[in-house]
Ligand binder design. Structure first.
Ligand code: E4P
Length: 218
């Protein structure tokens, strides 16, 4: 399973990329706003830091506008995955760029029906939002299970990119179901390292080792 970082904060991306565990990055207009950075500058910096796909979202909501913006967005770097909303115009744009062999991430997916359409439009990634689903009283992970079943039934190549993840359980459940990618905030990736028994065990080993008076690397 691939791990994408869900942020436009360069410092966070640099820090987490150093772990060697980051396979890509996803951004959206809200994350760009939060970063306080220029869209093109920050996206270029992210693309320079990360070898894998970097999702950059269109702002236009109409087909022609998306195509005009995409010309500039794809120009940023070779590893751009254009992010388009799951609308009629968004899927038209998806099909257009898939036909050109370009990566497209279809975002704001909240149903299996939408995910089926995105796969037929040739999306590279489909981004179902699990956290926002949970927020309104639906089971976000059930949606991922359904999409996995549908995509497997027809061998769709579209990768399931679980988005809007809020905690490590979303990541573990995604792995159980066999999602292809999760995008997670740096905070969630940090949380995944933590276990109190690891911390306690390590403290005991460090303390006992000191008592031996020995050194390994002299
Ligand atoms: C990423 O592709 C999505 O835009 C993001 O995961 C949405 O997350 P949120 O629901 O926490 O805003």
């Amino acid at each position: 399973m691939k791990f994408f970082l869900d942020t436009a904060e360069i410092d966070e991306i640099r820090e987490m990329a150093a772990t060697g565990l980051v396979d890509g990055v996803t951004t959206n207009p809200s994350l760009i706003l939060k970063s306080g950075r220029d869209y093109f500058e920050v996206t270029k910096e992210i693309c320079d830091l990360i070898d894998g796909p970097v999702s950059a979202e269109v702002a236009a909501t109409d087909y022609d506008g998306m195509l005009r913006e995409a010309a500039h967005i794809y120009d940023i770097a070779d590893n751009i995955a254009l992010k388009v909303p799951l609308t009629v115009d968004g899927l038209r744009a998806c099909k257009h760029f898939n036909d050109q062999g370009k990566m497209v991430n279809v975002t704001l997916c909240f149903s299996s029906a939408q995910a089926l359409l995105a796969a037929k439009a040739g999306a590279t990634f489909i981004s179902p939002f699990v956290g926002r689903h949970d927020d309104v009283g639906f089971d976000g992970m059930q949606l991922i299970e359904d999409i996995r079943l549908i995509y497997d039934n027809y061998q769709f190549a579209t990768q399931i990119l679980v988005a809007s993840t809020r905690h490590p359980i979303h990541i573990v459940e995604s792995a159980r179901i066999g999602a292809d990618v999760v995008t997670l905030p740096a905070k969630v990736l940090r949380q995944m390292f933590n276990h109190p028994l690891t911390a306690n065990g390590l403290a005991a080993f460090v303390s006992d080792w000191e008592k031996t008076g020995q050194t390994i690397a002299k």
